[in-house]
Design a protein around this ligand. Structure first.
Ligand code: CO
Length: 410
């Protein structure tokens, strides 16, 4: 077994075919056979549910951001209990500014108007007759991982710290089709998208993005989008901060200028340390996090473990992920799962031999634009007080000699 980097990181080829990993299994003694069921099981049911042994883990972490209200805040995906790249729809993160509205699909409409030749109105039935596309892509809240901007490390699970990212197959109608039908006037540069929630979520979007890859999303992971993700349809802007993918979409107004709405001035702008704030910072930059091991998933004995996690970039594909077990002193390249897709999360894996000593596990991602995920101190430079959006610094997990794992700054 050859170490690829310090403190026990093994070659990413360790888990490829031909390697014996028998040393990781428990020895099966006499009578060590698993359970066999000889009586009929439970009855047929209209929908499947997680096993009762798993269901406590497969829950989101809810954090209310407006005490006294019930529907304002976030529900974070339990990243540490999932594998692969699909987030089950019921565990997709949510961020609501005024709860989930109850929308009747028979009366809900999408209006496209403003600087167009022909204002248009669509209902769900008519929208679904347009040509549709579907793609695996991530959605990440601009505030994801914002807890890592705190001066001292916050305790939490991977999901509670980083769970404002989820990955789905989104299906819907390209906005370019609707804009072409409406006939956009030459003076148009922007559009303003409005949601039907009582917070009246409203964001300005450059027309170029709407023409590039934006869709009116109707399906998520093969089923109609759930109310909590924008039923009957939402805007979906691949790779851009989640707030702009306006849920319960009701209008797209084509304009010559941004509208400077409350959701893009007082919120979702980035204060710098020189006192100015950056507006219209859209793409979610290259990032990764080790999901296992992570806080709450303790190591229970010395030996070989698989370190795995997620990497993504709002600007393209993941090219490479490196992992360190010695706090960033040395790095080894991780193996990427087969599905390396544009603006989608990518699963990475690497073998690690835990000696039983202390270790600091870190991952760093590289994207197709040549960007490298920054260290925490790089990600913190130029930030003004309280500025927490778009944090993409490297996450370090400290493994203690008792096998417990916690969030640390290195
Ligand atoms: Co931004």
């Amino acid at each position: 077994m050859i170490e690829e980097a310090g403190n026990g990181l093994l070659s990413r080829r360790f888990f490829l075919a031909g390697t014996s990993v028998a040393l990781m299994a428990a020895t099966a003694g006499a009578g060590g056979r698993g359970q066999t069921t000889l009586s009929p099981g439970t009855a047929l049911s209209p929908e499947g549910l997680p096993d009762r042994n798993e269901k406590d883990n497969l829950q989101r972490t809810n954090i209310s951001s407006a005490p006294g209200t019930s529907g304002t805040g976030v529900s974070r995906t339990p990243l540490e209990h999932l594998d692969g790249i699909v987030t089950p729809s019921r565990l997709h993160f949510e961020r609501h500014h005024s709860g989930v509205p109850d929308i009747n699909p028979d009366t809900h409409r999408l209006v496209v108007y403003g600087l167009v030749d022909r204002p248009l109105m669509f209902d769900l039935n008519r929208l679904t007759r347009y040509p549709m596309v579907s793609r695996m892509q991530f959605l990440e809240c601009a505030g994801n991982s914002g807890a890592l901007t705190a001066p001292t490390p916050v305790e939490g699970t991977c999901g509670s710290l980083h769970g404002l990212i989820s990955n789905s197959e989104w299906g819907g109608v390209p906005i370019s089709v609707l804009l072409d039908e409406a006939g956009v006037k030459p003076t148009a540069q922007w559009a303003v998208a409005d949601g039907a929630d009582s917070a009246m979520m409203s964001r300005s979007i450059p027309l170029s993005k709407l023409y590039d890859d934006a869709i009116v999303a109707i399906y998520q992971n093969g089923e109609p989008i759930r109310p909590s993700n924008g039923y009957p349809f939402r805007l979906f802007l691949p790779g851009w901060e989640g707030n702009m993918s306006v849920k319960w979409l009701r209008s797209i107004k084509v304009t010559s200028m941004p509208a400077m709405t409350k959701d893009e001035t007082s919120k979702y702008s980035d204060l710098r340390d020189d006192g100015y704030a950056d507006l219209f910072t859209y793409p979610m930059a290259v990032k990764s996090v080790i999901t296992n091991p992570s806080p709450g998933l303790s190591l229970y004995e010395k030996g070989i473990y698989q370190i795995n996690g997620l990497a993504w970039s709002g600007l393209g594909q993941i090219k490479k992920v490196e992992v360190s077990a010695d706090g960033g002193k040395s790095w080894a390249e991780a193996l990427l799962d087969a599905h390396v897709l544009d603006k989608s999360v990518t699963r990475f894996r690497i073998a690690w031999r835990w000696s039983g000593g202390e270790a600091s596990l870190i991952s760093r991602a590289f994207d197709s634009q040549g960007a490298i995920q920054p260290t925490r101190s790089e990600a913190m430079s130029d930030r003004g007080p309280g500025s927490f959006y778009h944090y993409n610094g490297q996450q370090a997990w400290r493994v203690a000699t008792d096998g417990s794992v916690r969030n640390v700054y290195v």
